[in-house]
Design a protein around this ligand. Structure first.
Ligand SMILES: C[S@@+](CC[C@H](N)C(=O)[O-])C[C@H]1O[C@@H](n2cnc3c(N)ncnc32)[C@H](O)[C@@H]1O
Length: 295
C-alpha cells in the first residue's frame, strides 16, 4: 500500500532532513496547505509583521501559559510567532529564547526580532540554532569552529567530536535549571525519541518551572479522524511533493502517527521529572496539550 505511512523508515537524520527541507521551503513562501486555523489573542498579534504571521505553521498557542517576568524557552520556534507573543507577556523584565534548527526559519525570526523590539520598546527575544533534543550544543558556534577547522579526514572528525564535547560542557547553549518555562508548538512529532527530549527539557527547566507542549493529535471522533487522516496522510504529502521534493513531505504522516499514546507520553514526562503532568485533547481532538511542573 503506497499511502506514505509504510515506506518511510525514519531515523533521526532522515526526520531532521525532511523537517528542514519542509520548513525551509515554508519560510520562503507561504504554504497554505500547512496552516491550521488558530485563535491567538489578537492583542498580541497587532505588532507582529505579516510575513511571520503567514509562515508559522503552528496549530495552537502555548504562550498562554507564560507569565510576566519569566525566562521562557520556545522550542521549534520557527518564524518566531510564539516568541514574539511571549515577549509581550513576559515584559521588559522577562526574556524569551527561541530554538530552531532550520536556517530559513531562523533567518525570518532573527530579521523580525529588532522590529518587535522597536515596537514593544525593549529587546528581550533571541534565537539560537540547535536541535531541541540536544539543547547543550549551539550549532552556530559549531559552524564557526568548522569554518576554521574543516573535516577532511577521520582525524579531523575526532577533533570535531572532541570540540563538540568541549562545547557541550563549557559553552552550554541552554544551561541546567536556567528557564522558568518551556513552550513547544508542533515540533514533538518531528522527534525520533521523545523520552530523551523530555529528559532534556527537565534539565533546563528550574525546579517549580512549567512546560506546555502542543501538537497535532488523532481525533477520537470518527468523522473528524477521517478528515484528519486524509489531510495529513494524503493531501499534505501530495501538495508538498508538488511544491518541492516528495521525500521531504513523505515523513510527515508517519511522524504524526508515531507520537505515542497520551498515557505513554505522560509516563515518560513523569519519569523525566514532571510529576503532575496532564494531557488534554483540544479542538475536538485535532490537537493535544501536555502541561507539567518540574519537581
Ligand atoms: C510546525 S513549525 C512550528 C512553529 C511554531 N512553534 C508555531 O507553533 O507556530 C515546527 C518548527 O520546528 C522546527 N523543528 C522540528 N524539529 C526540530 C528539531 N529536532 N530541532 C530543532 N527544531 C526543530 C522546524 O524547523 C520548524 O520551524
Amino acid at each position: 500500500m503506497d499511502d506514505g505511512f509504510q515506506n518511510v523508515d525514519a531515523t533521526n537524520a532522515d526526520v531532521r532532513d525532511g523537517v528542514q527541507d519542509r520548513y525551509g521551503a515554508g519560510a520562503q513562501a507561504v504554504e497554505a496547505a500547512l496552516c491550521c486555523p488558530v485563535d491567538y489573542n489578537p492583542q498580541y498579534l497587532e505588532i507582529i509583521p505579516q510575513d511571520v504571521l503567514d509562515r508559522d505553521y503552528g496549530c495552537g498557542d502555548p504562550s498562554r501559559y507564560v507569565r510576566e517576568g519569566e525566562t521562557v524557552l520556545d522550542l521549534g520556534s520557527g518564524g518566531g510567532k510564539i516568541c514574539f507573543i511571549a515577549s509581550q507577556i513576559v515584559g521588559a523584565k522577562g526574556r524569551v529564547i527561541g530554538v530552531d534548527m532550520t536556517d530559513e526559519m531562523l533567518a525570518l525570526a532573527r530579521e523580525n526580532a529588532p522590529i518587535i523590539a522597536e515596537r514593544v520598546g525593549y529587546a528581550n527575544v533571541e534565537f539560537r540554532r540547535g536541535h531541541i533534543e540536544d539543547l547543550k550544543l549551539d550549532l552556530d558556534a559549531l559552524d564557526k569552529w568548522l569554518a576554521k577547522n574543516p573535516v577532511k579526514s577521520a582525524k579531523d572528525m575526532e577533533a570535531m567530536d572532541a570540540e563538540i564535547l568541549r562545547m557541550k560542557s563549557e559553552l552550554v547553549m541552554i544551561p541546567d535549571d536556567s528557564v522558568d518555562g518551556v513552550t513547544c508548538g508542533f515540533a514533538l512529532r518531528n522527534l525520533a525519541d521523545l523520552g530523551d527530549f523530555f529528559d532534556e527539557i527537565a534539565r533546563v527547566v528550574r525546579p517549580g518551572g512549567r512546560i506546555a507542549l502542543l501538537d497535532v493529535s488523532t481525533p477520537p471522533n470518527r468523522v473528524l479522524r477521517f478528515g484528519n487522516d486524509i489531510y495529513f496522510g494524503k493531501i499534505v504529502p501530495k501538495i508538498g511533493a508538488a511544491l518541492s521534493d516528495g521525500p521531504a513531505y513523505a515523513y510527515l504522516p508517519k511522524s504524526v502517527a508515531y507520537l505515542p499514546e497520551p498515557a505513554a507520553m505522560l509516563e515518560m514526562l513523569r519519569s523525566s521529572g514532571f510529576d503532575d503532568a496532564t494531557h488534554r485533547q483540544l479542538s475536538g481532538g485535532l490537537t493535544q496539550l501536555m502541561v507539567g511542573t518540574r519537581r
